[in-house]
Ligand binder design. Structure first.
Ligand code: SAM
Ligand code: SF4
Ligand code: F3S
Length: 483
């Protein structure tokens, strides 16, 4: 459901959102014997999938140092909060949570609190001034230095490292899977962003774009497959600009080539990716997707606005027509491809006609799903420095509601088009609503719920499911064949 007050979307069953700011969860990655660890850490993550993937790197580094994870805040020696700065609301949520951690710290002497991620990077030492009980501030490229920082903070000093790097990709660190369903996993393929969209804080919090060594990505995906995982999502702010120059082999690996290498690990391993910047997704990528059945028929193609004037102000580098042609191209090469988007309402100077262009492009693109936000001015961004945040809040909210209503209509229509169709689905687990049902996903990334019946199936298995009913959020079906 969409929450107009917070400007965020809460999870529907099994939804995997791109960057919704959500209440983080506590994770317990008890890798091996929990008694191996003398000390405990607790980590809570907010923001995009990349942040969640980073928490798995942090868990790995902390495990090496003898810290085991706990879901129980009270028994933690270290508390980390991996933060997001994308909208003001995201930062407010973190500050609220920190006040709760502070109360715990007052009760437990020696407990250390660390702030990780984008908010740490944005605020740097200011964080330590503003939040007196925070002991560590660690930016997204500085996690290797965590052991030293923990030691330093343990002696009563404030510890900080917010240096951004031009080459850090954590390629050699094997993530400790947190809160995993054992079926799908995220794999970071690049970090940073060079795009400078006017509204966005990410280039400032994540630094320059860099691609991870291809061999390490393929090895991580193969290892996941061998451990029983059946789906990997390749992550980056702009995956289509992945480029790795393998000098020793004299090879230049584009995103299309990387996709192919991952797809070839096994036809049983599904491959997804997120996010594609519309300007960068190439025919090479689209044809590679079409060639391999196990590369999912789904593209997240954030439009942000349907007005060329707004797109120019946003520095998105494409026009309305160019974007529409890209949607046409995707549908031409893969008629059954799912498409989703991110939309911002009420960016600086937005008029009713611009807003109508957004509603119109949503309808044209027939999005299956969108993540929708109202514009939140972020300090230091191009927009904050150059333009006035001049759309009144009530107008932003009304436009956002119209965008949400449009998406609800499109999602329902999209699901209705699926009625009667049979899809190959990957079972992710038991439905949250009923133990008698499975929750699975089709290639187009839609959630399908269906009765387990007497079939001997388990998470990670594939099945053919016929769609019998739908709502705007979910498809309901019935198994017609096991695989
Ligand atoms: N890299 C992706 C791309 O280029 O589309 C998206 C990255 S960002 C983490 C996810 C989404 O947050 C964006 O697509 C945009 O819709 C939204 N967003 C970013 N900055 C925002 C802001 N200042 N106010 C509201 N929404 C914002
Ligand atoms: Fe932000 Fe634009 Fe980079 Fe996406 S491509 S992370 S919206 S600057
Ligand atoms: Fe938020 Fe940073 Fe991701 S700002 S959306 S956690 S890259």
């Amino acid at each position: 459901m969409f929450d107009l007050v917070t400007g965020s979307i809460s999870k529907t069953e099994g939804s995997k959102t791109q960057d919704e700011t959500r209440q983080g969860e506590a994770y317990a990655p008890f890798a091996g014997d929990p008694n191996l660890y003398k000390k405990r850490f607790y980590i809570e993550s907010y923001g995009c999938q990349m942040n969640f993937a980073d928490s798995e790197i942090v868990a790995s580094i902390l495990n090496q140092e003898g810290f085991g994870a706990t879901r129980n805040l009270e028994e933690a020696d270290l508390i980390f909060i991996n933060t997001c700065s994308i909208r003001e609301k995201a930062e407010q949520t973190v500050r609220k949570r920190l006040t709760e951690f502070r109360k715990l710290k007052e009760k437990k002497r020696g407990m250390l609190i660390g702030v990780l991620g984008c908010m740490a990077e944005r605020l740097k030492a200011k964080f330590l001034e503003e939040e007196k009980l925070v002991d560590m501030v660690v930016g997204p490229d500085a996690y290797r230095t965590l052991p030293g920082l923990v030691e330093e903070a343990g002696t009563g000093q404030k510890a900080i490292n917010v240096l951004l790097s031009r080459d850090e990709t954590y390629a050699d660190i094997s993530p400790v899977r947190l809160d995993s369903n054992g079926v799908s996993a995220f794999v970071s393929i690049m970090r940073g962003c060079n795009n400078m969209c006017a509204f966005c804080v990410v280039p400032f919090t994540r630094g320059r774009e860099r691609s991870r060594d291809t061999a390490s990505i393929v090895a991580e995906c193969r290892d996941l497959f061998e451990k029983g995982y059946r789906e990997v999502t390749l992550l980056g702010q702009n995956v289509d600009s992945y480029y790795y120059n393998n000098e020793s082999a004299g090879e230049q690996i584009t995103f299309g080539k990387l996709l192919e290498q991952v797809a070839l690990i096994s036809p049983l391993l599904r491959v997804r990716f997120s996010t594609s910047h519309p300007k960068d997704i190439t025919d090479e990528v689209l044809y590679t997707m079409a060639k391999y059945e196990n590369i999912c028929r789904y593209v997240h193609l954030p439009v942000q606005s349907g007005s060329t004037r707004m797109l120019q102000l946003m520095n998105r580098t494409y026009t309305r027509e160019w974007y529409m042609a890209k949607v046409d191209r995707i549908r031409e090469i893969m008629p059954d491809c799912g498409i989703s988007s991110d939309v911002i309402a009420g960016f600086c100077t937005e008029e009713e006609t611009d807003h109508q262009d957004t509603l119109d492009i949503m309808e044209y693109s027939r999005y299956d799903l969108s993540y929708m936000y109202f514009y939140s001015e972020r300090p230091g961004t191009l927009a904050q420095r150059r333009y006035k945040d001049d759309v009144p809040e009530d107008v932003k909210k009304r436009r956002l509601q119209e965008i949400v209503d449009m998406q609800y209509k499109l999602s329902l229509e999209s699901n209705q088009r699926d009625l009667g169709k049979t899809y190959k689905v990957l079972i992710e687990g038991t439905s949250k609503r009923s133990d008698a049902d499975w929750m699975a996903r089709n290639s187009q990334n839609k959630v399908i719920i269906f009765p387990k019946e007497a079939y001997d199936l388990k998470p990670g298995d594939y099945a053919m499911v016929n769609v019998t009913e739908c709502s705007k959020a979910t498809l309901l079906g019935k198994i017609v064949e096991t695989i």
